[in-house]
Design a protein around this ligand. Structure first.
Ligand code: ATP
Length: 681
């Protein structure tokens, strides 16, 4: 993991602010090209000295605009001049564990790629820097020297705001991340170990072929992307205190700003040009924000500036090489590039030494890509595991005693950390329990542990919620099913025969249908149309007509007689307590009934209740509440609504719907009441 768990100690000691280092700016003027029409024309740029130049003022040709930089390389300057004068001096910082960067900036066709890459005959900054760097690391890291050195390289391009790995073009758009200490990282970016220039060429040349170039009117091989070569120098101290340093070198060939009125770009080229110009515009805004000391520097507004975050206004020793062309037709581009370069030289960086103690006793921290990235980003970026296998970065071999450190019991981890904190709070008198990287690592493990627990807790919660929703859905489903079954055509139910039960139990209709039939218990639904009522047997074809708006329940005479007999039995055999279960019969009336029974013997019919002293005729009528609406001539076969049945079946009192008038019930409810009634009897 690049930069993770790192302890920075700058050269001057921890806690002191690193000394400032201004971004250095050099300007290189390209010669007239042979094929340039009017090559004999006068250059619009004139050198003053090795650091200064002047261009004609387009507002007033009598005047010139003068610029001063850290270096000015005229049209006769060689690749060697540029390299030795401006690039070579910053390479030594890499061996101090500091970052450096070289950026080639300028309009299209001004010579950026020539400066950075060059040709086999005139090698540019990149091959020269690599030759020197590899030579340096070989010497510094030779056996017997205090430090062991290794070099790795990565190569990427930013094409149309996509970060593409040129060493592995199939990898797709990579994400740029910043760790908690401000290091810019690209998880999943290929790193190749290189120990010789041959190694470098082996990877670099084919990868350069992957870079997106295209012909424009101004440049036959115009770079359509920003190319970034990242070279990392890793140093490990061979002797105590076993420090470890990492220096990064960015070698960047920016795509050129393009005036599309002159490039003649169309279609894809125009789109590319738009992305290039936009990112360069953001680069300009970043430079301005840094110069003005604005609180917000818009690094995140483009991939390019995000990547350059630690090179501009960050931690690197940076050199900007502004390439300009001499031709008059490039005049405006030249002035624009010079102005940008002039603004850039005001930027102050604070490079520091990227140093920590080697993790001798600890295995490498294995943070997964998921832990480094958000879920959506993790999808796009390749896993850190892959990076680890791809990364050649050597890791200090863990001592056997430290194996399983990451599996340490969280409670133990807590205790160790608090003990360490306690010792720390004793100041210099206390002996530190953990060295810094070890402590950092433990804190990291603890954080991961806590996050895991939080994730587990959230997962449990989610499961609970899901179960609740499922249960609710099932209940609703069942209710729907029940109501549907009640709505089925009533003809299918034909005659319902129910087994008499002593207790009032509300059961689903389907269950009731399965009850053992009582031969005499028959129920008919009376379909009511206005005042005219027609009794229909449910198994007749006519009853298949959809149910009408008004329904009333009718109990067959046999069933009614059966119910009345039950009441009579209760009056004759029930205790005072049993009698209290009848509607409108309280403690006092129950005792009166029992008393009457003892004196006069059993009741011959329910209506005899009227003869009991203390029960008025009115109370009796209300008790029975039998309405005479039956179409039948037989008085006993009076129709009963569910309501009229209630006095006989007191358990129904507890249900609120039982108090609804029967004719207010819609068919399903009516059927439900019917089923309840049947269950009761
Ligand atoms: N100093 C130089 N000496 C000789 N030839 C040069 C020099 N600088 C640039 N050239 C030539 O000019 C042409 C354009 O240069 P180059 O491709 O490097 O421009 P560029 O700035 O990278 O353009 P773009 O942004 O479009 O990629 C090339 O043919 C290159 O060889």
């Amino acid at each position: 993991i690049q930069g993770a768990g790192r302890c920075r100690l700058n050269k001057g000691g921890a806690g002191r602010r690193p000394p400032p280092a201004r971004v250095r700016v050099a300007v290189r003027l390209r010669p007239f090209l042979d094929e340039t029409p009017g090559a004999s024309e006068l250059s619009c740029v004139r050198a003053i000295d090795s650091c200064s130049l002047e261009v004609a003022n387009w507002r007033n040709y009598q005047e010139t605009l003068k610029y001063q930089f850290d270096a000015f390389y005229g049209e006769r300057s060689s690749q060697q001049d540029i390299y030795v004068g401006s690039v070579q001096p910053i390479l030594r910082h890499l061996l101090e564990g500091q970052n450096s960067s070289v950026l080639a900036y300028g309009p299209t066709g001004a010579g950026k790629t020539h400066t950075m890459l060059g040709s086999p005959e005139q090698p540019g900054v990149i091959p020269r820097a690599l030759v020197d760097l590899l030579q340096l690391t070989r010497e510094e890291g030779a056996e017997g020297r205090p430090w062991a050195l290794s070099v790795t390289m990565s190569y990427l391009e930013i094409y149309q705001e996509k970060v593409l790995d040129l060493l592995d073009p199939a990898s797709g758009d990579l994400v740029i991340r910043e760790d908690c200490r401000g290091n810019i990282l690209i998880p999943g970016l290929t790193q190749k170990p290189i120990s010789s220039f041959t190694d470098f060429e082996r990877y670099f040349l084919p990868a350069s072929g992957n870079r997106t170039v295209g012909a424009t009117r101004l440049n036959q091989r115009s770079s359509r992307s920003h190319a970034v070569l990242l070279v990392k120098v890793d140093q490990r101290e061979r002797v105590a205190p076993f420090r470890q340093r990492e220096g990064k070198l960015y070698l960047i060939d920016l795509a050129g700003s393009e005036d599309n009125r002159r490039t003649g770009n169309q279609g894809l080229r125009l789109k590319e040009s738009g992305a290039i110009n936009t990112s360069l515009f953001v680069l300009g805004k970043v430079v301005d924000a840094l110069n003005q000391g604005l609180p917000r520097v818009p690094y995140r507004d483009s991939k390019l500036t995000r990547l350059l975050q630690d090179s501009l206004g960050g931690s690197a020793h940076s050199i900007l090489i502004a390439n300009i062309a001499p031709e008059r037709r490039f005049y405006l581009d030249t002035v624009s590039a010079l102005n940008f370069a002039a603004r850039s030289k005001e930027i102050i960086n604070r490079p520091f030494t990227n140093e920590r103690l080697q993790l001798h006793v600890l295995p490498p921290v294995k943070l997964s890509q998921k832990e480094l990235l958000g879920p959506s980003e993790a999808k796009r970026a390749r896993g850190s595991e892959e990076e680890e296998t791809r990364s050649p970065e050597p890791v200090a071999a863990p001592a056997p005693a430290s194996q399983g450190f990451s599996n340490m019991d969280p409670a133990m981890l807590d205790r160790l950390l608090s003990l360490d904190r306690m010792l720390g709070s004793q100041g210099s008198q206390g002996i530190p329990l953990l060295n810094t990287p070890k402590r950092e690592r433990m804190v990291l493990l603890k954080t991961v542990e806590e996050k895991d627990m939080e994730i587990q807790r959230l997962k449990m919660k989610q499961k609970e919620l899901e179960a609740k929703v499922l249960a609710q859905e099932t209940t609703e489903e069942e209710e729907k099913e029940n109501s549907l079954s009640l709505l089925r055509p009533l003809s299918r139910r034909t005659v319902i025969e129910a087994k008499p039960l002593k207790k009032a139990v509300v059961m689903p209709l389907q269950l009731i249908q399965e009850q053992t039939a009582s031969p005499h218990a028959k129920i008919h639904i009376l379909k009511k149309k206005g005042r005219k009522r027609k009794l229909k047997s449910l198994d007749t074809s006519e009853s298949q007509k959809p149910p009408q708006d008004c329904w009333e329940l009718e109990i067959s005479p046999e069933l009614l007689a059966h119910g009345r007999q039950k009441i009579l039995d209760l009056l004759n055999e029930g205790s005072a307590r049993d009698l209290r279960s009848l509607q409108r019969i309280g403690q006092k009336k129950a005792q009166l009934i029992v008393g009457w029974r003892e004196l006069h013997g059993p009741f011959s019919q329910v209506e005899d209740l009227e003869r009991v002293d203390g029960i008025s005729a009115k109370q009796m009528a209300s008790f029975l509440k039998v309405r005479s609406r039956s179409p039948s001539s037989e008085p006993a076969a009076r129709p009963l609504t569910p309501l009229t049945l209630l006095p006989f079946f007191p358990s129904c009192r507890r249900t609120s719907w039982a108090w609804l008038p029967a004719n207010a019930l819609a068919p399903p409810e009516c059927c439900l009441l019917t089923s309840i009634f049947l269950t009761l009897v």
